[in-house]
Design a binder for this molecule. Structure first.
Ligand code: ADP
Ligand code: MG
Length: 328
């Protein structure tokens, strides 16, 4: 006990000091706990506010417009997504599909209109807020955008870049837990054994699955895929689309994919959006996407052939796709 080591004449002073320090520590804890509860209340309040403000819609795109000089690439697009869905965007080349996805990912700024995700306005985000959104909204590209000479697992770990320091990134330093998670994701996509290989040594279909694994590493709420199967042969295209479908169904993530083929959009998506000259000219279910509607979206005449937009993945129908568990 401190009393035994403090000389008798100093006991009152020591007791006073002790009492004052106890008081100070208590005050500190009180203000700390108060701040924590206050923060919690603020978070809950802002979530409730956001929920009531956006009426429960997950993604709201409102009169979104993008101009490049005289050219209007996206013209007053309106899209409302209430729950995580798998959405395909179709339309001929130059219709504005990529520009639309790039604005959702904040890779490109809108000229007019707004994008709101779970009540938070995305349009106009800058700096750390923009990076934070980009880590919740992963993007996959036609050309995979991997680092070809880097091994597969390091490419997947790049999915954590938005949350990491420049120093850690420069020296390729990752926590063991991230490496384990990267391997688990690769395993889920059926390519764990490729982890030590250079990305460039993999087939196109495998590389796109690495890109999907990198996206999943971000644990995103929404995955945007810009023509994810345009460079793949039909078999690999099927494997990649199955992977995206499975991620949507099992993880409850929203997937929006620009697709250049009608049959893929019909087969894998719950909802199809058709764009023509920057405008949304169709928004409905695959069943509503008749040949007549498709002809209108593609701006084609009576000689329009669906086969011309087809990757000829003819082996599976939608129910079989849903049941598919195995990856090539
Ligand atoms: N950076 C840019 N500068 C100028 N025009 C662009 C740019 N990006 C796209 N565009 C134009 O916007 C239109 C839509 O392009 P894009 O979104 O790439 O269409 P899609 O993906 O449907 O093929 C096209 O006419 C294209 O030329
Ligand atoms: Mg495009």
């Amino acid at each position: 006990m401190w009393i035994t080591v403090v000389p008798r004449q100093y006991v009152p002073i020591a007791a006073k000091a002790y009492a004052s320090s106890v008081l100070r520590v208590s005050c500190f804890f009180y203000s700390y706990v108060k701040k924590l509860t206050q923060n919690r209340h603020q978070t809950v309040a802002s979530s409730v506010y956001a929920l009531t403000k956006h009426g429960g819609d997950m993604l709201k795109i409102d009169k979104l417009t993008k101009r490049f000089g005289d050219k209007t690439a996206v013209d007053a697009a309106n899209i409302l997504v209430e729950k995580p869905s798998m959405i395909g965007i179709i339309g001929r080349s130059g219709a504005g599909k990529s520009t639309l996805l790039r604005m959702v990912n904040c890779l490109s700024d809108a000229s007019e209109g707004t994008i709101t995700f779970e009540g938070e306005e995305i349009t106009g985000l800058r700096g750390a807020a923009r990076r934070n959104w980009q880590s919740r909204c992963a993007m996959i590209f036609q050309q995979f955008n991997l680092v070809p000479r880097l091994d597969v697992v390091s490419n997947v770990l790049h999915g954590t870049l938005n949350k990491r320091s420049t120093f850690a990134t420069m020296f390729n330093l990752y926590p063991q837990s991230d490496i384990h998670r990267a391997i688990e994701i690769l395993d889920r996509l059926g390519i764990a054994e490729q982890a030590p290989k250079r990305a460039e040594a993999l087939s196109g279909g495998q590389q796109q699955r690495v890109a999907i694994a990198r996206a999943l590493m971000q644990d995103p709420k929404i995955i945007l895929a810009d023509e994810p199967i345009a460079s793949l042969d039909p078999m690999n295209a099927q494997v990649v689309m199955q992977a995206l479908r499975r991620i949507h169904e099992e993880d409850g993530r929203m997937v929006i994919a620009n697709l250049h083929t009608l049959d893929t959009a019909r087969r894998y998506c719950d909802r199809v959006i058709g764009m023509r000259d920057g405008r949304i000219v169709f928004d409905g279910t695959p069943e509503q996407l008749t040949t007549g509607v498709a002809r209108d979206i593609y701006g084609a005449g009576t000689d329009f052939s669906e086969a011309a937009t087809s990757t000829e993945i003819e082996t599976l129908d939608r129910s079989e796709v849903r049941e598919a568990k195995a990856y090539a």
